[in-house]
Design a protein around this ligand. Sequence first.
Ligand code: EPZ
Length: 424
Amino acid sequence: MDKHLIRGGNPLYGEVKISGAKNSVLPILAACLLTDQNVRLSNIPHLNDVTTTMELLGQMGVKLTVQEDLSIEINAKEVNNFYAPYKLVRTMRASILVLGPLVTKYGQARVSLPGGCAIGHRPVDFHVLGLRKMGADIDVKNGYIDASVKGRLKGAELSFDVVSVTGTENLMMAAVLAEGTTVIKNAAREPEVCDLANFLNSLGAQISGFGTSTIVIDGVDALSGGSYRVLPDRVETGTYLVAAAMTGGKITAKNTSPDLLTVVLEKLEEAGANISFGKDWITLDMRKERPKAVNFTTEPYPGFPTDMQAQFLALNTIASGKGEITETIFENRFMHAQELRRMGANIKLSGNKAYSVGAPHLTGAQVMATDLRASASLVLAGLVARGQTLVDRIYHIDRGYECIEEKLAQLGADIKRIPDASSI
Ligand code: EPZ
């Protein structure tokens, strides 16, 4: 398994180009199942999760061609099987996003349950309940969801007890070709949900209210083709900005969108960073200062994003003062804490809270990534730790960060990927 070997102590300086959003491109790729016409997607990040989704669609009969400019040409006219096997779904939970499109377009789907995940139980009951309310017959047994509907799904009034991003996305896609109107209450408001809605509307769907907690979808008979540029990745952006803040440097994130991460930028200013931005760039200048610890509670958008929690806990471990972080979205999203402690961090966990006392420095160690954002936080800690840090199982990172060691190295970090390093 590949590892990252990092020698800490270099402040980051320079420019980093932000890639397309992982959590936008995954539902948008699944949504291509809804039309028989050609679709062209650009600003696609080169990530393992994207490759996995392309493999999943390909084995259904979808034609996918990567162009020289790295955009993807997609055609789902010849889809001939409606099956998402466990071997693909277990590596990427977002495979559940093919369920809604398959049932509404083809009247059938056999999709593996995603199974366990490091950060929490993460059931998909809302996805199933919503489709049942729209008229699908669904059996959940032997680890699979078997769904079918005679004729078309029917529009319905759906409401989520808990805000669910992919739950909202799955049911919004199912509603696009359903008969009549669907209203989704307590819908997710994430920018990636809006990106999916904008993409679907560009193909002729009739979706309104996205970005608020009530989305209305008027079903149409068919969608056209088109081309679409995927949103920039707000979590990748935030991760590099936190890296600059932790190392006391100054970087500019380009090809991004500041209004996607307002709350994160406010938190970085609270930590003492000087932030400036324009339409598609953000500059963070830490002026060699040590960051101040911050407190926050993760919430659905527009609240503080859970996907930035691990990165800010890493910042708090070397910041001045005490920090308190409350994680309300997932029940087990502090696994990076014990790895950070091995680097000398002073973190106490109690229930869904992480209390930190900033240490003057961390010490490099051999640590293990457990999930995507936890691994990012270990890399950030390695950038500031004294000595060498070896981060194992970085296949987690490869799922959500395009060329992370190249991007960090060109900002001045001492980081390299090693195929199989011995312990340090
Ligand atoms: C999406 O996951 C993101 N993934 C996650 O990003 C992100 O952390 C999460 O939303 C929250 O923002 C993608 O978009 C591909 P949820 P999702 O359904 O949709 C519970 C990353 O690092 N729930 O919004 O799976 C669930 O257990 C990843 O990029 C149910 O109980 O998350 C959780 O506690 C990690 N039943 C809460 O809702 C359901 O049917 C929110 O989960 C669905 C969800």
